[in-house]
Design a binder for this molecule. Structure first.
Ligand SMILES: [Ca+2]
Ligand SMILES: [Ca+2]
Ligand SMILES: [Ca+2]
Ligand SMILES: [Ca+2]
Length: 324
């Protein structure tokens, strides 16, 4: 496997029954401590246990390679090295110390559904660590809180497998709290360090959108204010009835409403591309006529899911063809 920062978007599988069907795509990433592009930010030290993202952590710094005790194990097959906020342990040496490592493993596109990850996050530290994968508690090694028994947790590398649901639209974070047990007060007598290797691949299905569904390419005679139909296309993994139709926008312009007393959103459901999956069609209103700039070749369609489906903010960029 190629090491270092790898974020490749690949077409994994594509079986089209008709134009406009969903694409199955994916990506991969390998991040490890001490690489030229360090994905980890470190916060602390602080002197009581804090959860990840607690305001008490203050500002973080990019993690850097640190002094390594000869007994600390490396991760087999990985070039990862031990990291910390400083080369030698900083702060009050000899006290219980906590650090928070946040590993930013990148974004999943805002039109992704059925995200299926596979891979692992391997971690070890001196002395104890607790690991979350995008907010899911993956596991703990040693006494991260309370009284401790120093039984050489620094010798054991934990491997946490990614599970369905671990990767999400938007930024994806791995969080690790590392505690250095109180003890010797010399820098090399009670050192701390953290090592990780994140290696994953994933697939997802893209939700497609279509301006002026049925006209291909989406030719628009856009000479000022008016309405334009926009379709959000359903697929095997995406039921358009989960969309809050009132939230759909095109380049920020909102869906029209009809009726004054009991206004209803101008939205309807039909299979606009004949793929067997129902699509949501809304009428976007452009009262100023400036929603699509002259020369534009694409627009951004955005929406949020209904609260009972997580309220997720999603969006898709789709091609258009302006005609005068
Ligand atoms: Ca222990
Ligand atoms: Ca360990
Ligand atoms: Ca230690
Ligand atoms: Ca359809």
């Amino acid at each position: 496997m190629k090491r270092g920062l790898v974020l490749a978007v690949i077409v994994v599988a594509l079986v089209l029954m008709s134009a406009g069907s969903a694409f199955a795509v994916g990506g991969s990433a390998n991040y490890y401590s001490g690489s030229a592009i360090e994905a980890a930010t470190v916060y602390g030290p602080c002197y009581s246990y804090l959860a990840p993202a607690d305001a008490g952590w203050g500002a973080g710094v990019p993690a850097i390679p640190c002094w390594k005790h000869t007994s600390w194990p490396l991760i087999t097959g990985s070039p990862a090295v031990y990291i910390s906020n400083s080369f030698y342990i900083s702060g009050t040496i000899g006290a219980n110390q906590w650090r928070w490592y946040r590993i930013n493993i990148g974004n999943i596109p805002a039109n992704a559904v059925n995200i299926v990850p596979s891979g692992y996050l391997k971690v070890n530290s001196d002395n104890a660590d607790r690991t979350w994968i995008n907010g899911r508690l993956a596991g703990t090694d040693g006494e991260v809180e309370g009284a401790f028994v120093d039984n050489h947790e620094w010798a054991t590398i934990q491997s946490y497998a990614l599970q369905p649901g671990d990767l999400k639209i938007g930024p994806n974070y791995m969080d690790v709290i590392v505690r250095n047990y109180a003890g010797d007060s010399s820098a090399t007598g009670n050192p701390t360090g953290f090592i990780y290797d994140f290696s994953a691949t994933w697939t997802y299905t893209e939700v497609q959108t279509d301006v002026k569904p049925g006209s291909d390419p989406s030719a628009l005679n856009w000479n000022g204010a008016g309405k334009v139909p926009v379709a959000i296309l359903g697929n095997e993994y995406f039921d358009v009835h989960t969309v809050n139709a009132a939230t759909v926008t095109m380049n920020g312009a909102a869906v029209g409403v009809r009726g004054k007393k009991d206004p209803t959103v101008m939205a309807s459901y039909s299979d606009t591309n004949g793929d067997g999956y129902e699509d949501l069609v809304v009428q976007i209103v452009d009262t100023d006529g400036d929603v699509i700039p002259a020369g534009a070749t694409s627009v951004t369609i955005a929406w949020t899911l209904l609260p009972e489906f997580g309220g997720t903010a999603m969006s898709d960029v789709t091609d258009i063809k302006l005609v005068q």
